[in-house]
Design a protein around this ligand. Structure first.
Ligand SMILES: Nc1ncnc2c1ncn2[C@@H]1O[C@H](COP(=O)(O)OP(=O)(O)OP(=O)(O)O)[C@@H](O)[C@H]1O
Ligand SMILES: [Mg+2]
Length: 282
């Protein structure tokens, strides 16, 4: 049996491998609210500390995340893997401020999003985060092209025409922009969802199985777009995937099992990811 993969060390070490210090400083935001910042919060794009999420109540309560510590470096591409039901989507939703946490804290950049009021959280989601949903979540009454432009329109911003052209072209959507989601295949809808998340060039792109409905060619295009978002424009990408080939595009794979971190793979290859999943019993 292969040895168990090592536990993630990012929560305890800085990106340069030095142990993190625990000194904290306190700043007062423009709204007058006081927020605590630590050295990690200024170097990490996203960080969670002792994150717990319980869905439902009483007999129906399900602990989806059970004390997750994770730190995602700015400009990195991280894949999250683990068995179905292990908490991957819940983790992504909590990190992106789309779902409330039961306890623990989450920072996006220097901002502790668990302390934000709804209005501030809405603004953060709009301005700093892009999300590709597992179920796409396209608006059915809008065309594909309108769906792609919606986040920018809501923020009162116009698209960079060259970037719009590149994203739409590389995702093979040029002749589909006038169609409504119901007139598109699952894979086309998925690519519209990817374009919508990438177009505003958010600080962090979260993508929940963004290649789950794609053939290998379209999947490779989505993955190389995500990778170039991290490598060339310094955006941070966090992607859930079941596919070891997709995970091999990332800089690091974080493994989840039963709502807990269960290991990680640095500089993953298809083979090293398969071995780590086998060690997990997945
Ligand atoms: N809204 C909800 N209400 C109740 N339970 C939920 C809810 N969302 C998720 N869960 C439960 O939380 C656990 C984690 O779910 P989650 O969707 O995060 O898993 P996942 O790892 O993304 O799975 P998959 O690979 O199938 O997408 C599961 O047991 C799931 O049934
Ligand atoms: Mg999921």
């Amino acid at each position: 049996m292969p040895p168990a993969p090592p536990l993630p060390t990012d929560a305890g070490t800085a990106p340069d491998g030095r142990p993190r210090t625990t000194t904290t400083s306190t700043t007062t935001s423009a709204t007058g609210r006081t927020t605590e910042t630590t050295p990690e919060t200024t170097t990490a794009a996203v960080r969670a500390e002792d994150l717990r999420k319980v869905h439902g109540r009483g007999d129906a309560a399900v602990t989806a995340l059970d004390g997750v510590d994770v730190c995602v470096a700015r400009g990195s591409f991280t894949a999250v893997m683990g068995p179905s039901g292990s908490g991957k989507s819940t983790l992504l939703h909590c990190l992106a401020g789309l779902d409330t946490v039961t306890s623990g804290r989450v920072w996006v950049g220097p901002t502790d999003i668990t302390r934000l009021r709804e209005k501030q959280l809405t603004r953060l989601r709009r301005d700093r985060v892009g999300f590709v949903f597992q179920a796409f979540n396209l608006l059915p009454v809008l065309s594909a092209g309108e769906n792609v432009l919606l986040p920018l329109a809501l923020a009162g911003r116009s698209p960079d025409p060259a970037w719009h052209d590149e994203v739409v072209g590389r995702l093979g959507l040029r002749d589909r922009l006038g169609h409504r989601p119901a007139e598109l295949s699952g894979g086309q809808q998925q690519r519209v969802a990817v374009a919508r998340a990438l177009l505003p060039r958010p600080d962090v792109v979260f993508a929940d199985e963004p290649t789950g409905n794609l053939d290998s060619r379209a999947g490779a295009e989505v993955l190389s777009l995500l990778r170039s978002a991290a490598r060339e424009t310094g955006q941070t990408v966090v992607m859930v995937t079941h596919d070891p080939v997709a995970a091999s595009y990332a800089d690091r794979v974080v493994l989840l099992a039963d709502g807990r971190l269960a290991g990680e793979v640095r500089d993953p290859t298809t083979e090293s990811v398969l071995a780590a999943l086998a060690a997990l019993g997945g």
